[in-house]
Ligand binder design. Structure first.
Ligand SMILES: Cc1cc2nc3c(=O)[nH]c(=O)nc-3n(C[C@H](O)[C@H](O)[C@H](O)COP(=O)(O)O)c2cc1C
Ligand code: SF4
Ligand code: SF4
Length: 425
């Protein structure tokens, strides 16, 4: 049976599944029930200076799919709305009762040394295993000079990280905002400041929809609205890319990463780990489906690891990083062609329309004697773009087949068609 336990930047947990700093972790009542069903750790809902933040009503909205499934989730909530004293007391008790689980405390304080110098010893005295610096909240807090307003300025990231390392012995995880052009800049700044790890992503600036009757964006607060933070499965591809960017960057290579963003099942988690995440954090999926989703996550990951022969999480952590490269290093001689499994095809014609209207007109539509339609790939024209495979409603009906063309690997820097003389590296 695979060993799911991890040691993330010196923080031990029985499994890599942590609840992200958010409503699921905002009080002992929630965290205890999460631990009871098996979560390996939590990042406590972000603490701030007293008096606590005040929230509005309403607070959430969603981007729905056709069948009302939630593709993306949007919130305009602030950090904790409870006092420091209550939060610190509850954290102390929960950590005492659950010593084997990772207890990380998320913090957001003004960009002033004195504020950090006074909070850090209080957090340390709770017995918590680490702190996470919330430099990512994109709504409400940036207007007060905190959250994403810090995460967007690498100098501030570095400065506050350094104060935390100076005034605390706890491992410091810097949580990054995705609302920035180049995620590597704040990650490098965190490392320069002495961070033990980074976590990402926090939420993405968003407006999910407009109520066209009242002409107000959602969520509606007394006839007005504001942008919120986007999360849930829709953000997973953005988060994965940002994790990969940091994992691949020579300046931050090896810096532990806690992966966050749209993780809803064991497979999502395994993908983040394959790209270098040493732990994963979940928020929206737990808010939509409850704490028990961790059972499927642990079970699925463990079974898959057994099947693949991975004894521990570290065994496959980062295995996909070397295969993620710059476009110019892709093999220009590689050629794939679509292939239709006629036994599986239901004759819907979706692949034909997609290829005919917007790709390379590489699918023939044949009308048979009985009037039924049959679809065939024109292999000479197919460029292997994957569009038909993506549009086909039948799983496994269209597959992309690599062609044996006998040509060696040749990337764009080596390609005679490249009009710019690039140096081969
Ligand atoms: C309602 C809500 C409140 C949140 N509050 C915080 C917070 O206080 N501190 C923080 O660092 N992140 C906060 N987040 C961001 C999450 O921790 C997480 O980074 C983000 O939701 C992406 O993960 P997900 O796709 O699994 O939800 C919040 C998210 C939501 C939905
Ligand atoms: S892979 Fe692209 S080009 Fe080839 S048949 Fe499908 S849609 Fe057409
Ligand atoms: S989309 Fe798939 S099922 Fe529909 S015609 Fe094309 S191959 Fe057949």
């Amino acid at each position: 049976m695979a060993d799911l336990s991890i040691n993330f930047a010196g923080i031990k947990a029985p499994n890599p599944f942590w609840l992200a700093s958010a409503p699921p972790t905002d009080k002992a009542y929630n965290v205890v029930r999460a631990f009871e069903v098996g979560w390996g750790g939590v990042v406590w809902k972000t603490l701030g200076e007293d008096p606590p933040a005040v929230n509005v009503s309403s607070r959430y909205s969603a981007h729905y799919g056709k069948n009302r499934e939630v593709l993306g989730f949007n919130n305009i909530e602030l950090i904790t709305d409870r006092t420091l004293e209550i939060n610190l007391r509850e954290i102390t008790q929960v950590k005492k009762d659950w010593p084997d689980r990772a207890m990380i405390v998320s913090l957001m304080f003004p960009c002033e040394e004195a504020a950090w110098r006074s909070i850090l010893p209080l957090v340390e005295s709770t017995g918590a295993d680490g702190i996470e610096l919330n430099f990512g909240c994109p709504h409400g807090m940036p207007e007060r000079g905190m959250g994403a307003a810090v995460g967007q300025v690498p100098e501030y990231v570095e400065k506050i990280t350094r104060w935390c390392k100076q005034y605390s012995r706890l491992p410091v995880i810097v949580k990054l905002t995705p609302n920035i052009t180049d995620i590597r800049q704040p990650a490098r700044a965190a490392k320069n400041g002495g961070a033990d790890a980074v976590s990402l992503i926090n939420t993405i600036n968003s407006i999910t929809s407009i109520d066209l009757d009242s002409m107000v964006a959602r969520p509606i607060v007394g006839g007005r609205s504001t942008h919120g933070g986007y999360c849930g499965s829709a953000v997973k591809p953005i988060a994965l890319n940002m994790v990969a960017e940091i994992a691949r960057d020579p300046a931050t290579q090896g810096l532990p990463i806690s992966g966050i963003g749209g993780i809803s099942n064991w497979r999502d988690a395994a993908e983040f780990i394959a790209l270098g995440a040493g732990s994963v954090q979940v928020c929206t999926a737990a808010m939509l489906h409850g704490f028990r989703i961790v059972e499927e996550m642990k079970d699925g990951l463990s079974r898959w690891m057994d099947e693949k022969g991975y004894a521990s999480v570290a065994d496959f952590c980062g295995k996909a990083i070397a295969n993620t490269t710059d476009w110019k290093y892709l093999d220009m001689n590689y050629q794939a062609i679509a292939q239709i499994d006629q036994d599986k095809c239901i004759g819907c014609g979706k692949c034909y329309i997609a290829c005919e209207d917007t790709s390379h007109q590489s699918i023939h539509q044949l009308i048979q004697d009985d009037g039924a339609r049959k679809y065939q790939i024109n292999e000479a024209e197919c460029v292997g773009c994957n569009l038909c495979e993506i549009t086909c409603p039948v799983a496994g009906c269209i597959t992309m087949l690599a062609q044996e063309n006998g040509k060696p690997y040749m990337n764009w820097t080596q390609d005679p068609r490249n009009p710019r003389a690039e140096v081969v590296t």
